[in-house]
Design a protein around this ligand. Structure first.
Ligand SMILES: C[S@@+](CC[C@H](N)C(=O)[O-])C[C@H]1O[C@@H](n2cnc3c(N)ncnc32)[C@H](O)[C@@H]1O
Length: 285
């Protein structure tokens, strides 16, 4: 079996997860695009750079707000999945680029109206990358860090299905993968400020504001979707299980069936958080 030694800063951390990611991760708020359009006065022009785009999760709903989108990710499988997703959705104004956030200064993509990171900012050298984003943005342009956020958010009414037993599944993953995974989970921030807001206040942006778009209250998913969601996690990617992958999947399915005989779960990912840092309109940088 492969000994897991994943790192937050490994640009190949999501190798082999793209299809699971597309199938298993809960969607952001249905109001995300309208919220961004309103908050940032977007009008279908200018360029969006989506960093760590994965399988086009943000690109598809946001592309209509811009004239041109550049979607960046180091993982070729993610770029392929994103392209397919856009084709299916009829989204055609996207350029797909393989690369890392740390190299965006060399992308020659021109200036951007907005740069988004969807659950990907924690994977980069935040201070340096935020400064590089500042240079890429046009005056008045914004960096937007998007993620699901549960803590402190009003919980919607329970639609009548059990929740995904995350704690029990995490224990199963640790039983299979052991110390490497434990170390990875314990060293998530590797000395960087845990709050994105604290990082941004140390940059030329000088600060940020945080708003929320209402999350999806009624996501019901089956066991296949829950399994895909777990295999889409960098620390539980199929390759880490090696020859025990089928055993793990079988144990996971059994555990899930024990928690929900119907095989259905309520997935409440929380509201969609947007941490927005805007470059001054008067900036000459
Ligand atoms: C959790 S996924 C997020 C995907 C998508 N943006 C979303 O909102 O669901 C993180 C993505 O960041 C990418 N990534 C990892 N390291 C990166 C880096 N240094 N620069 C840019 N992207 C990176 C991964 O390949 C992966 O596709």
């Amino acid at each position: 079996m492969v000994t897991p030694s994943p790192s937050v800063f490994d640009p190949r951390a999501f190798e082999g997860t793209a299809e699971y990611y597309a199938a298993g991760r809960p969607a952001y708020s249905a109001e995300l695009a309208d919220t961004m359009a309103r908050e940032l006065s977007l009008d279908g022009t200018g360029q969006l750079l989506d960093v760590g785009c994965g399988p086009g999760v943000l690109v598809v709903p946001l592309a209509r707000l811009f004239g041109q989108v550049t979607a960046l990710d180091p993982e070729p499988g993610m770029l392929d999945a994103g392209q397919r997703r856009c084709q299916q959705a009829g989204v055609a104004n996207v350029r797909w680029v393989q690369g890392v956030a740390e190299d965006i200064a060399a992308l020659s993509c021109g200036s951007c109206r907005v740069v988004t990171f969807g659950q990907s900012f924690h994977r980069v050298r935040r201070l340096a990358v935020a400064e590089a984003v500042y240079d890429l943005l046009m005056p008045g342009g914004s960096l937007v860090l998007i993620s699901h956020h549960i803590d402190g958010r009003p919980r919607p009414a329970d639609p009548g299905y059990p929740q995904i037993p995350h704690a029990a599944v995490r224990k199963l993953i640790l039983d299979y993968l052991g110390e490497g995974t434990r170390h990875y989970l314990a060293t998530w921030d590797e000395g960087q400020p845990a709050r994105f807001e604290d990082t941004l206040s140390q940059t030329r942006f000088g600060g940020s504001r945080t708003i929320y778009a209402p999350g999806r209250p009624d996501l019901i998913c089956d066991i296949d979707t829950v399994v895909a969601g777990y295999f889409s996690l960098s620390y539980a990617a199929p390759r880490w299980f090696g020859t025990r992958r089928a055993d793990f999947e079988s144990d996971l399915r059994h555990l899930l069936r024990e928690h929900s005989p119907s095989g259905l779960f309520w997935d409440w990912p929380g509201d969609t958080e947007l941490v927005i840092a805007t470059k001054s309109k008067r900036s000459r940088d």
